[in-house]
Design a protein around this ligand. Structure first.
Ligand code: SF4
Length: 311
């Protein structure tokens, strides 16, 4: 390990796979049960037209072609030889099982070491999990399920219209672990309806449930969203950059030390957003956070009290 104050994903990837590994976005024609009425209508208050996916090719292109094109570009640019297809936009398990299997099969190639699938905690079937467990064994690749949780406070989950509860997340994590797949949990650390206590509880919950990775980001406002309306109507007081950094450090302090940090601050293209990261580049915020942690001799897991940690 390095002397970084937290476990860095790129370092973990290099140790795990022996060289640099690149994630490549894959876009499939799915939507989300929280948008079409099955779980809810309208989606999460911050969800934009792309459903959390950026820099993707058309979902009308076959998965194999998207991967081929992205690998040709990224492979050449970074001299990369190993890849992780990342099913990113909307809920990538919200589809017919036959389509799901076809898309997964299309993403398997000799230079693919892992497949990453982003979805909701209430939207993954046992059939899909069993299938992925078999794929993992047969092809000797890793499979990661990325779950959006965002907050562990059920009241906040209702306000942001997530359409699922903390219990849904906990149940999904148990089933994914039983299928021996890796898990990544997505959290928004500066939801104005969450107190710092909720952020601490968030770190404790994801540690107890055994997430392998976390991705954290700030609340950004995209065009054409409910959140944008609330912002315009002055129904919302956003937290400051300093608040975000304080909360991110708190989260890391209470997080189990072995959990790998895939992201500490989000990146949204400027054209899609109204307010993102206080109009500061993500790497400047990350540098500020790193500097503060080093200055305070702080590190991931400093206040982690083990898996029996009460919340
Ligand atoms: S679960 Fe994801 S895709 Fe669905 S509405 Fe929420 S942010 Fe959008």
């Amino acid at each position: 390990m390095t002397n970084n104050p937290y476990t860095i994903y790129s370092v973990w990837l290099k140790e795990r796979y022996g060289e640099k590994v690149y994630k490549i976005p894959v876009n499939i024609p799915v939507t989300c049960p929280n948008r079409d009425g099955v779980k809810g209508r309208g989606g999460c208050i911050y969800c934009g037209e792309k459903g959390g996916g950026n820099e993707t090719l058309s979902d009308q292109l076959p998965v194999s072609v998207q991967i081929e094109r992205n690998i040709a570009y990224i492979g050449k640019r970074y001299n990369a030889k190993k890849f992780i297809p990342y099913f990113q936009s909307f809920s990538n398990t919200y589809c017919e099982f036959s389509d799901f299997k076809k898309w997964i099969q299309e993403s398997i190639r000799p230079d693919v070491v892992e497949i990453s699938i982003s979805t909701r905690p209430d939207c993954i079937t046992d059939e899909q999990l069993k299938y992925l467990e078999v794929i993992k064994k047969e092809h000797a690749i890793e499979v990661t399920i990325e779950l959006g949780l965002q907050s562990v406070n059920d009241k906040t989950l209702t306000i942001i219209n997530r359409g699922h509860t903390l219990a849904d997340y906990e149940e999904a994590m148990d089933r994914i672990k039983q299928a021996h797949l890796l898990t990544c949990t997505h959290m928004i650390l500066d939801l104005p309806w969450d107190a710092e206590e909720d952020v601490i509880n968030g770190a404790k919950v994801v540690s107890q449930k055994g997430t392998d990775f976390v991705k954290c980001h700030s609340l950004y406002i995209e065009k054409n969203t409910v959140l944008k309306q609330w912002y315009d109507q002055k129904k919302l007081t956003l937290l400051t950059k300093d608040d975000y950094i304080t909360r991110a450090i708190l989260f890391l302090e209470y997080l189990a030390p072995e959990i790998v940090i895939q992201r500490l601050i989000g990146r949204v293209p400027k054209e899609d957003s109204v307010i993102t990261n206080w109009n500061t580049s993500w790497w400047k915020i990350k540098d500020e956070l790193d500097a503060r942690m080093k200055q305070e001799n702080n590190y991931q897991g400093r206040k982690f009290a083990g898996m029996n940690n009460k919340r």
